[in-house]
Design a protein around this ligand. Structure first.
Ligand SMILES: Cc1ncc(C[n+]2csc(CCOP(=O)(O)OP(=O)(O)O)c2C)c(N)n1
Ligand SMILES: [Mg+2]
Length: 353
């Protein structure tokens, strides 16, 4: 059974220009195809996503956002894999409800994000008619039809088959949680994709919880990645708190998927917040668990490394945070002042045979 664990140190940056200006030097060489300017760019996207995520949680407590699932702690997995997909240039994404950072980094603007979470007509996914960020964002090559756990896996496999039939070389990345692997649809999707050698990368963001159910109550195996052997394709376990490791694993998986068929990547992440804004994880998580997990927060570790590597100064890191906060403030005000859907488009985008 192929397995891989990555322990390499992270590296990151602030703005591409800043990386050049500070004379970035590489203590630990970056993997193939990766430049410091990429890490600088993705660090900046990560900070924007985190800023929006934190604001959304606060707006829920003010009664302005009905419900939200946070990606805090999952960002390195989401952005590392996206970086590989963007560099490839021909990938399509099927995220799940916890992939706010992925969607923001893929091109969703702060204003569009806030429109969606506040249920306003400016939501590009469903025009404020569904759960936040649920529907499709085709300009950014994203489909997430529903929050039904594991439903995205079969849909993504069908999409990959469609691409194959159309003669396209697209690789599909589908994201899901550890709990989703207990669903029958996961088996159906993986088995079908393997039989037809479809170009699908199954990305499990394993935070070891399905709401309040811990992993040990979902499966007796330690690694979800080991399930791939049962379907006859490779599976790897990756440190999902390490953006570079996730980039590297996904880059290799894209090459494999396009030429030989599916890959399962299990990215070990930490869920910093409760399951959703409706949940209180203090009722079921051991005391201190989240605090310990936060020591591996990619926001902190990436900033620390890029400063140590002299890619950025502390001042530049602070400027990135300030710019993100400003964009979040402006987007909040714009979305707050805008209108909900007025009902006239009720039948738009609804399937009619
Ligand atoms: C088919 C189905 N069953 C149950 C639910 C309720 N539900 C929503 S999220 C969730 C837990 C999923 O956990 P996991 O897949 O590990 O993802 P995570 O939220 O941890 O990222 C459940 C049971 C659902 N949405 N769909
Ligand atoms: Mg989970």
């Amino acid at each position: 059974m192929p397995r891989k664990r990555t322990t390499r140190a992270q590296a990151g940056g602030g703005s591409a220009k800043a990386a050049e200006k500070n004379g970035a030097r590489s203590k630990s060489p970056l993997p193939k195809g990766l430049e410091y300017s990429d890490l600088v760019d993705y660090y900046t996207r990560l900070i924007q996503a985190r800023s929006l995520d934190e604001r959304i949680w606060a707006l829920n407590r003010q009664g302005k956002v009905p419900i939200a699932a946070s990606s805090q702690g999952h960002e390195a997995a989401q952005l590392g894999s996206l970086l590989a997909a963007e560099k490839d240039g021909d990938c399509f994404l099927f995220p799940y409800y916890r992939d706010l950072a992925l969607k923001v980094a893929a091109g969703l603007t702060p204003v569009q994000t806030m429109m969606s979470f506040m249920g306003k007509a400016g939501d590009p996914y469903s025009r404020g008619r569904q759960f936040p960020l649920q529907g499709a964002d085709l300009p950014n090559k994203i489909i997430q039809i529903s929050n039904v756990v594991a439903a995205g896996l079969t849909q993504s496999v069908g999409y990959a088959l469609g691409c194959r039939m159309a003669g396209e070389k697209t690789v599909v990345l589908v994201y899901f949680g550890d709990g989703a692997t207990s669903q029958g649809e996961t088996h159906e999707a993986m088995n079908f994709a393997s039989i037809h050698k479809l170009p699908v990368i199954f990305i499990c963001e394993n935070n070891r919880y399905a709401i309040s159910t811990p992993q040990r109550s979902q499966m007796v195996i330690e690694e979800v990645a080991s399930r791939a052997a049962g379907y006859g394709f490779p599976g790897f376990t990756v440190d999902g708190m390490d953006l570079v490791a996730c980039y590297e694993a996904t880059r290799e998986a894209i090459t494999h998927a396009r030429s030989q068929g599916p890959v399962l990547l299990e990215m070990m992440v930490e869920r910093f917040m409760s399951h959703t804004t409706d949940d209180d994880d203090r009722r079921y998580r051991p005391e201190g668990e989240v605090e310990r997990a936060r020591e591996r927060d990619p926001v902190v570790t990436l900033a620390r490394t890029l400063i140590e590597e002299k890619v950025l100064t502390q001042k530049q890191v602070d400027e990135i945070a300030a710019a993100a906060l400003k964009a979040t403030d402006e987007a909040t005000d714009i979305a707050d002042a805008s209108s909900p859907p007025d009902g006239s488009g009720l039948h738009d985008s609804v399937y009619s045979p």
